[in-house]
Design a protein around this ligand. Structure first.
Ligand code: PLP
Length: 381
């Protein structure tokens, strides 16, 4: 039996999602931009999906721009917003714990002359809202702070940051790729102008996502061509992917509360099981202000990469960083930003649960961790 505890990397496509997608890989293959019967059939399905995605985050359907995933949504938000700001407001404020989709986009903007300020986090991986607001001078155009961190799960004080930012006329973007589908997310309650989400973190297919763009927010497209997506994202739509994304959002909306408490119960069981049976373990990330599905643990004297490989051999899939940097050998920039030294950061492992995770799987994982850590420590001594 294989146990999958890497849902922050990607989630299995849900059966209902696959079934909803299949007709659009078969008989319903029209292009939604076409005015004829075939095209209009596809367009109707895209419209339903747009409403389903919007409903999950409290947005209006016309505020959803479909993209090729979370990375593209993040890029569109940053480049698209900042390229409209050529006046007094031109700076970007972000954080040191963002996903590479933001970090690399910010670096590129910096190379093109945009001043970027990156604010740090405390030892729990949380941004101090006061520090964030202090960074918002008269020349700041946009602040981008993720809603939940992918490595340690820590939740960021977005509401407070957005409230202060709006009072200072600063645009607010949040990368909510890990948050949407795991905790309730409402764009009105958060007060954000732009929000990125991705289908494959909530039981949808890979390669499709969306950017929420609050009505009235000015952004420019990144890809140029046709007038799709209100001229904000040119290119024929990925209809099967979008339909699957919509279905995943609709399912998630109806299950969110139950799924959240299910994952918290199992996450606590996993943490307790490991703490009780393995000495020299420390947790990374906020104890309570954290995604319900994420546990990041450090194992003193153990190399996280070796532990990951040994657990994989034992049939348990985990991660020691975001999927985009995993395998690079470099410890997570998030853990380093939280103040961990190199050795402690390199001893960590991320377990991320899904709605389908069972108690039996958690117990198997705990046994495997006990065995793997014991073996690695034995080899070392
Ligand atoms: N932002 C965060 C916080 C993520 O965790 C990820 C993926 O892991 C992304 C963005 C990128 O999303 P996608 O894989 O859909 O491009």
């Amino acid at each position: 039996m294989r146990v999958y505890l890497d849902h922050n990397a990607t989630t299995p496509v849900r059966t209902e999602v696959r079934e909803a997608m299949l007709p659009f890989l078969g008989e319903s293959w029209g292009n939604p931009a076409s005015p004829h019967w075939f095209g209009q059939k596809a367009l109707r399905a895209v419209d339903v999906a747009r409403s389903e995605v919007a409903a999950l985050i409290g947005a209006r359907p016309q505020e959803i721009v479909f993209t090729g995933g979370g990375t593209e949504a993040d890029n569109l938000a940053l480049f698209g917003f900042l390229s409209t700001c050529d006046g007094a407001r031109h700076r970007l404020v972000t954080t040191t714990i963002e996903h590479p989709a933001i970090l690399e986009a910010a670096r590129e903007l910096e190379l093109s002359g945009v001043a970027v300020q990156r604010i740090g986090v405390d030892s729990d991986g949380c941004v101090d809202p006061q520090e964030a607001l202090q960074a918002l001078g008269d020349d700041v155009a946009l602040i981008s702070v993720m809603l939940a961190n992918n490595d340690v799960g820590s939740l960021q004080p977005l509401e407070e940051i957005a409230k202060g930012a709006r009072a200072r006329c600063v645009g607010v973007h949040t990368d909510a790729v890990q948050a949407v589908g795991r905790i309730p997310v409402d764009v009105e309650a958060l007060g954000v102008d732009l929000l990125s989400l991705s289908a494959h973190k909530l039981g949808g297919p890979q390669g499709v996502g969306a950017l929420y763009v609050r009505a009235g927010t000015r952004i420019k497209p990144r890809s140029l061509g046709g007038a799709q997506e209100s001229s904000l994202r040119a290119g024929s739509l990925n209809v099967p992917g979008i339909v699957g994304f919509g279905r995943a959002c609709a399912l998630t909306k109806s299950e969110l509360m139950l799924a959240g408490s299910h994952m918290i119960t199992l996450r606590n069981r996993l943490e307790r099981g490991i703490f009780e049976r393995v000495p020299g373990v420390f947790r990374n990330g906020h104890a309570t202000k954290r995604l319900p599905n994420t546990v990041n643990l450090g194992f003193e004297g153990v190399d996280g990469e070796s532990l990951l490989m040994m657990l994989d051999v034992l049939g348990v899939a985990t991660s020691n960083g975001s999927a985009c940097t995993a395998g690079s050998g470099a410890p997570s920039h998030v853990l380093l930003a939280m103040g961990l030294d190199h050795a402690r950061a390199a001893s960590t492992l991320r377990f991320s649960l899904g709605i389908g995770t069972t108690q039996e799987e958690i117990d198997i994982a705990v046994d495997a961790v006990v065995k793997a850590v014991g073996t690695l420590r034995e080899v070392r001594s």
